[in-house]
Design a protein around this ligand. Sequence first.
Ligand SMILES: [Fe+2]
Length: 268
Amino acid sequence: MTNSREILPDVYWLYEEGPDRSGMIEAMEPIPDWYDPDDPVYIPQCAYLIDGAEHSLLFDTLSPASTEHVLAELDALLDEPLEYLVVSHPDVPHAGNAPAIMAEHGAELVAPRYGDDHELYRLDDALLVGEGDSIDLGSFVVDFHEATFLDAPVSLWMSERTEEMLFPVDWLGFPHHASEQLRFVDELEHDLDGTRLLQFHGRVLFWHQYVDVDKVQREIDRLKRYYDPAWILPSHGLVIRDDALAYMDQLKGVVEEIQRRERIGTLG
Ligand SMILES: [Fe+2]
């Protein structure tokens, strides 16, 4: 089951729920107060479509479970074929529909210039971008960045200037209830707290177990100053449009907590 939401004029959030993760929350001690056993829990896949005045761009593709959904959304939302397809990193939930979208739209493939072995991922013909590169879409301008917190060497982050959006890919992901699908974080009944952030970062960005916590916390401060986003659009969470810096700050405590524990598990 997938869906989408227009989050700003001409900016669309494409969503894929994935499997029910309730067991992950039920195993927590104590069970967090936001959890409702009658409401499934998802850690979604998200992709974002920006339909600029001049050009259109899709950031990530969802997983192959959503091929029909993504193609149908692009048909419904765009008047012309998609022009730029950005893959944040060559991981199936992020890039898995790239071949189908390229076949249908003939978009220019945009990929991280970081890491190597691009040919293994069939990214050697892509437009390779990183820090200092941007694409002007008309009413929006996107900038590309080296990913600070990542799960693959071939990775990038993206930001957008007009609306001050940050797309931090696997950073700032978190679980939510089925009833909270496609809601902004400020629309939730229970605020986004560290228990949700811990479940994602402890499993996916598990290497936080081995980092220098002070250094990571200083890096988070640097990211706040550098990006100062009004919006955070994560690949595995809900969109934040209010108090974005406060949620970046919450990760400081989450990193400390990840170090205090044994590894909490994986994300299958
Ligand atoms: Fe991911």
